[in-house]
Ligand binder design. Structure first.
Ligand code: XCC
Length: 665
């Protein structure tokens, strides 16, 4: 194990590609987040970490100490009020980010339906399902006409003001919907909930931490069951719902003899246009003229996950690798849009031929080149960007691609895929999953989602996943957590035999799936809400999400979005464990998050820093649900016999598993 770049005191780097790269002279000249972490030489402020630094009004900042009368805020605000306000504002910021992303996707969807983009309405089945949900007539209507109406109705939900709940809430289990109604947290309009959250946490407004968190929950639900779900579903209709695909991840996906263009950020509209433009003859010809064999697109962060899931485009790196991708010196352009793009990127490439190209008016960077992506002229924008990258190819200087550092992955596990993989094309259902949970082959389901973090070791996701699958817990992953698990080989079907407990391994091997399923980007956590709902609807595992043997974690949470996600899972009945939360400074408020919320939603937050202990907290939570359902009795393991295997035949991945042969989904 190696210490981080130039640092003997902070966390280890264990990732093979990162280690390899950092050992090269080229990369040693680059200052990375590891160096900056060391340079800072200060530990984090205790008031900030505990959530009790109040800088909401200009009388402060006030540092509050719980229980010390002389350390209240100047306005009299207590530690619990301040910690709750700060936490709620994190949720609002996270929700706002998903919301603004989702709005752009809905606008792009409408433009596509109107024929104003190079894309098309692809998934007609999902279009009709969504149209039905929104009360839109589909019979004898053109797909684009339906899509325009769907897009406009979806767009209206952002600005909706009245107390009509958001349409997607109707997809939740009935009992869940009743809980939200009873507690009074049904979101009314997506933007409204963010605005109200910001208002209620302004100086001198809501001063009751429980009441603040009612709006915190409502705001988060507007993200999960509103903005994020709209984004996922409409993006699927436009670019295709993911189906299983083989692909590769890690730095080794960069190519020596190609123009390497990496796409980083979140909104896939631009990335999809780049994918189309990179296949056009004029662009390929230009690349050849520059001496390259072609154009190699690769993703970073969640844009990477979006095009990985739908197109099998490789992911070069996740959040903590964004600087590493550039430090190879082999990237002609990194094209960025919004969210999780570190300001250091332009400095990393200062002495290199690489361009950092910003593309969105909402997100510009000093020392970067700006080429505005015009969605109504998408192909020309994309080609302008590619021309810039191709022009850099000849200027590529010293570089190093860790070519052998890449992993095969199988991705594309939308909830529809899980449905068909486990249930079969002719009667797609979650029945086999539920049955395998009831008979104990699979103990339960765990979601590992969210970011990465420079202050913690880089193998936390891996350790947690390994422990979970060893205990027969099926893992569903999204975001940078998913990329991190892909880089550790957990998304190959063979990983089942290597790491999974006997029951889970048997199911995975029979169906031909990995024990860790890539479900998508961060907005695609909404797919997990639907998967959990389908498990409830299938029967035998309780009446709402809180009764399911399921649990979630975003261990290395970095972004505010992860907190919004955590809260919408808790408010939807799923137990959620983080490594830390910025709430420990307000004791009563912290207790409310870690225990009290259960009374409202049947689930609460939990905190555990050690990855193995964290995994065991998740397993314990799953076991408790099994106990409550009466399915935790030790059962004799029934091995799959030939009839049972035949029953699952034809559901395996193309070319894999027992029934894979010739299965073309
Ligand atoms: Fe950002 Fe989405 Fe977190 Fe990764 S996981 S660091 S939010 S890119 Ni979405």
């Amino acid at each position: 194990m190696a210490k981080s770049h130039g640092c003997d005191s902070c966390n280890e780097i264990t990732g093979a590609s990162t280690l390899d790269l950092l050992n090269q002279d080229l990369a040693k000249q680059v200052r990375t987040a590891y160096d900056r972490l060391e340079d800072r030489g200060m530990s984090a402020c205790l008031f900030g970490s505990g959530g009790t630094c109040c800088k909401i009004c200009n009388m402060g900042p006030c540092q509050i100490i719980d229980g010390v009368d002389t350390m209240l805020g100047i306005c009299g605000a207590t530690a619990d009020t301040v910690a709750a306000r700060n936490f709620a504002r994190i949720i609002a910021a996270g929700t706002a980010s998903h919301t603004d992303h989702a709005r752009e996707m809905v606008r792009g969807f409408i433009a596509t339906a109107k024929g104003q983009t190079p894309h098309e309405i692809k998934d007609i089945d999902k279009l009709h399902k969504m149209a039905k949900l929104f009360g839109i007539e589909t019979e004898d209507r053109d797909k684009n006409e339906i899509a325009v109406e769907l897009g406009e109705k979806a767009l209206a939900e952002f600005g909706q003001q009245e107390s009509t709940p958001l349409t997607m809430l109707k997809r939740a289990p009935k009992k869940q919907q009743n809980i939200w109604k009873k507690v009074g947290v049904e979101p009314r309009g997506i933007d409204r909930e963010v605005v109200e959250m910001m208002h209620r946490t302004h100086m001198g407004v809501d001063q009751d931490y429980k009441n603040i968190m009612l709006q915190g929950a409502r705001c988060a639900l507007a993200d999960g069951w509103g903005a994020s779900m709209l984004s996922t579903e409409l993006t699927d209709i436009m670019f295709g719902t993911p189906v299983p695909k083989r692909a590769i991840v890690d730095l080794g996906c960069l190519k020596e003899d190609h123009v390497n263009v990496t796409v980083h950020g979140h909104e896939p509209l631009l990335a999809e246009s780049l994918c189309l433009a990179a296949e056009e003859d004029d662009m390929l010809e230009l690349a050849r003229k520059a001496g390259a064999k072609g154009i190699n697109l690769a993703g970073v962060c969640c844009t990477g996950n979006e095009i990985l899931m739908r197109r099998g485009i490789p992911v070069a790196g996740s959040f903590i690798q964004q600087e590493m991708v550039l430090a190879t010196g082999a990237v002609e352009a990194m094209v960025v849009d919004v969210q999780c793009v570190m300001q250091s990127l332009a400095q990393v490439v200062k002495e290199m031929h690489t361009d950092i190209i910003t593309t969105n008016y909402r997100a510009k960077m000093p020392d970067a080149l700006h080429i505005q992506f015009e969605e109504h002229d998408a192909m020309n924008s994309a080609k302008k960007i590619l021309r810039q990258a191709i022009g850099n190819f000849k200027k590529r200087g010293n570089h190093y691609i860790p070519e052998d550092k890449k992993f095969d992955v199988v991705v594309g596990f939308s909830h529809e895929t899980i449905n068909y993989m486990l249930g079969g094309r002719f009667r797609a259902s979650y029945r086999p999953l539920n049955d395998n949970i009831i008979n104990g082959r699979i103990k339960g389901v765990a979601a590992i989602v969210g970011c990465e973090h420079y202050k913690y070791a880089d193998d936390v996701h891996f350790k947690i996943a390994k422990e979970l699958i060893k205990n027969n817990v099926l893992v569903l992953a999204t975001g940078c957590a998913a990329s991190a698990l892909g880089r550790r080989g957990m998304m190959r079907p063979e990983a089942a035999a290597e790491y999974a407990g006997p029951g889970l391994a048997e199911v995975c091997e029979t169906v031909g799936i990995p024990p860790v399923l890539h479900v998508g980007s961060c907005v695609d956590n909404s797919r997990l809400l639907i998967a959990l709902t389908e498990m409830v609807n299938e029967g035998g595992l309780g009446e709402d999400i809180s009764e399911l043997p399921a649990c979630g974690t975003a261990p290395l949470y970095m972004s505010e979005k992860a907190v919004a996600i955590g809260q919408y899972f808790v408010s939807s009945g799923a137990h959620v464990v983080f490594q830390n939360l910025p709430t420990s400074g307000g004791k009563k408020f912290n207790d409310f998050l870690l225990k009290g919320m259960t009374e409202l939603y049947g689930a609460c937050w939990d905190v555990e820093e050690d990855p193995i202990k964290l995994a065991h907290k998740m397993i314990k939570a799953i076991d408790e649900k099994r106990e409550a359902l009466g399915i935790n009795k030790k059962q004799d393991r029934i091995l799959y016999d030939m009839a049972m295997r035949r029953e699952l035949e034809g559901k395996a991945l193309p070319g894999m598993g027992c029934g894979g042969e010739g299965d073309k989904h």
